[in-house]
Design a protein around this ligand. Sequence first.
Ligand code: FAD
Ligand code: NDP
Length: 426
Amino acid sequence: MGRAFVYVIIGGGVAGGYAAHEFVKRGVSQGELCIISEETVAPYERPALSKGYLLPEDPARLPSFHCCVGSNEERLAPKWYKENGIELILGTRVKSADVRRKTLLTATGETISYKYLIIATGARALKLEEFGVNALDATNVCYLRDLADADRLVDVIQSSSGGNAVVIGGGYIGMECAASLVINKLNVTMVFPEAQCMARLFTPKIANYYEEFYQSKGIKFIKGTVLTSFDFNSDGKVTAVNLRDGTKLPADLVVIGIGIRPNTSLFEGQLTMEKGGIKVNGKMQSSNASVYAVGDVAAFPVRIVSDTRRLEHVDSARKSARHAVSAIVDPTNTGEFDYLPFFYSRVFTLSWQFYGDNSGEAVHFGEFDKTTFGAYWVNNGVLVGSFLEGGTKEQYEAMALVSRVKPRVEDLGELERLGLEFALSV
Ligand code: FAD
Ligand code: NDP
């Protein structure tokens, strides 16, 4: 027994929500579209979980951040799906897929068939156990990927008031959670293996600015080492974190942000994979013509960098989802996805945006002790990427444009001197 739909989306996260919105904008009929999601709530803007959701005062809670408020569009509450005849199957995991037969089997035993499938399964947080460290399911060791994780983190924050928090990982989760924990009046220490935070994106000079800002808020950094084990009390709660360099840090709360793995397992052996994700073409179409992949799980051609990339950011999830829907319902008028990589973060009073590619030589500009500064990346005489902290809307738009236009740059000294003016004049 089962149901049949024209379009099925697996995954009710950011990409799932934006894909549904695009289907409705393009006139999907009642009963044609189904979304199956393991989460128990309608698609929401995941970035809220490490920011507004963790605030001690007036925190963000659903339904305020359902998709698509993150891009200033309408908020798709559960009622919207109903009104538009979209079957929203929540709290249900797809446990197997057969792309040859075009069927999915859910954990509840239902077989769902499709004409077109959009895979929007996102990613899962990497676990410490995968690095040989056992947290023994301690309730005060927290990951952050979904709403259930965020609720657990909020509970532990509230029961650790004034205590010690250790944040493992110097990437996005580490940086945003450390800021939120300090705002919640915890004593925070960040631990990561690299010499600086955000090592894959920030230059040492940019990283130094944020680290000094964090230190001014009381956050401590222990770099170049990793967690090796925990101490537990008789209730099974972690009481301390032991590092490879011999340091023991007392801990009431531990947040782990050590990267993710895309949720591809349903399709291993059935679809072509690349860069840990599902390889798709410029229409977001996989190696099976009826199957599309979007968001964190998709490895797609990024024309502007002449490379296949799998991006783990919300803007890419939103736009790739819209593009896939366009390619499905209007193939003749849909060209190749031409995406400009865009990453951002907001912590404390800080806010930065990055566009393009951070390859080649970095040219910094602005005053790093003030509120607005940035960098360009120049590769083989071409400006390929840009970063700006504390910009205005107009300045960010200029940074996006200059990274899209990719002008030639003959004189790096002149670029440094012109700084923001260079982007504003393009
Ligand atoms: P997701 O949003 O993760 O959605 C995947 C969905 O698929 C989930 O609902 C999951 O339960 C479901 N699913 C998976 N497997 C199955 C299955 N077998 N059956 C049914 N359902 C399944 N990016 C930014 O650019 N800026 C930010 O500020 C930012 N902040 C973030 C903060 C946090 C805490 C996190 C975790 C991520 C953040 N990101 C941010 C990244 C951004 O949220 C992701 O890139 C984006 O959510 C990816 O969208 P997605 O739809 O591909 O995956
Ligand atoms: P990231 O990949 O950003 O960072 C992981 C960090 O953990 C890196 O510094 C990594 O180092 C380090 N690390 C890896 N292994 C270990 C280890 N064993 N012990 C200690 N540190 C380790 O992943 P996050 O977990 O921070 O973020 C998860 C996802 O959420 C990402 O997809 C991210 O894009 C997304 N996100 C995005 C946000 C944004 O865009 N503003 C905000 C929050 C989350 P190394 O680089 O050497 O591997």
